[in-house]
Write a protein that binds this ligand. Structure first.
Ligand code: NAD
Length: 270
């Protein structure tokens, strides 16, 4: 099933073991990244939201991932059990991919000021940001020989994007958490980076009111006039997670066909 992507094969990840958290289906960014890592020889465990087994297991089987472990990031006991299972299977790990986010539908539409509730704000921050800090700590404990950790962010962290609202604030916190974690874990030779991907057609995007417009404008306002590709995002992940990225840490790398750096669009771009 990884064959659906056009990703280079090789041995850049040979001998490396790690964890990918956030595969929900074949459109998930985590799945694209896992496919690329497998094509480069990585051994992986998948951590997934409990209840997603039916969709995740066949994907895992198709690239030889044997450890498929339920983990709810809002539940400490679930996370302790999941990382315990990873330690039992692998002993130590070399990389960790955080590709998890959530906000209530009502928080990601319309007026940011009017629609943001305490409960919804804290839930978005818990699942989308604290989970990263928590899993970075748990992963680092399994990285005595150094390693690499990445998370996924979006331009809504830096710019006010219609409807992205609470999720934009959460992504700003996630990018900051990336820098603080990179500072903390640097002396242990653990690198921490974020990939800021352009809009991509996934379950998460479908949950955002106006997601279709994010896709269309992401394409028309990008420098390259094209959608962000799974191959491009996965390629960046491969760079950061392999030894190719050995001196890069605390960075937010944009992979969005040049959408983030454009000023005004042309008149025909709307
Ligand atoms: P996705 O829906 O496939 O992935 C989100 C994942 O979060 C799912 O696997 C879901 O099960 C998991 N999740 C939610 N709540 C959880 C919980 N309590 N415990 C454990 N897992 C939980 O969508 P995606 O677009 O692949 O999103 C992955 C990451 O990429 C997210 O951080 C998202 O914000 C980010 N991102 C997405 C886009 C885009 O346009 N799709 C762009 C930039 C960044």
């Amino acid at each position: 099933m990884a064959d659906e992507f056009d990703m280079p094969k090789g041995d850049l990840m040979a001998g490396k073991r790690g964890v990918v958290m956030g595969v929900a289906n074949h459109q998930s960014i985590a799945w694209g990244i896992a496919s690329q890592l497998a094509a480069q020889g990585a051994e992986m465990a998948f951590l997934h939201l409990p209840g997603m087994e039916r969709r995740v297991q066949p994907l895992a089987d198709s690239i030889g991932v044997k450890q498929v472990i339920p983990a709810d990031v809002t539940d400490d006991a679930s996370m302790t059990e999941a990382f315990g299972a990873v330690e039992k299977a692998f002993g130590t790990i070399d990389f960790f991919v955080h590709s998890v986010a959530f906000a209530n539908k009502d928080e990601i539409k319309g007026s940011f000021v009017e629609n943001t509730t305490r409960e919804g704000f804290l839930r978005a921050m818990d699942i989308s940001v604290f989970s990263f800090v928590d899993s970075a700590r748990r992963s680092a404990a399994l990285m005595p020989n150094g390693g690499s950790i990445i998370c996924m962010t979006y331009l809504g962290a830096e710019r006010a994007i219609p409807n992205y609202n609470t999720m934009g604030v959460a992504k700003a916190a996630l990018e900051s958490a990336t820098r603080y974690a990179a500072r903390d874990l640097g002396p242990k030779k653990i690198r921490v980076n974020a990939i800021s991907a352009g809009a991509m057609r996934t379950l998460s995007l479908a949950g955002i009111s106006g997601g279709r417009s994010m896709l269309a404008q992401g394409r028309s306002l990008s420098a390259m006039k094209e959608d962000t590709s799974m191959e491009g995002v996965a390629g960046c992940a491969l760079w950061l997670l392999s030894d190719l990225g050995r001196s890069t840490t605390g960075e937010v790398v944009h992979v969005d066909a040049g959408f983030h750096m454009m000023g005004l669009g042309s008149e025909d771009e709307g």
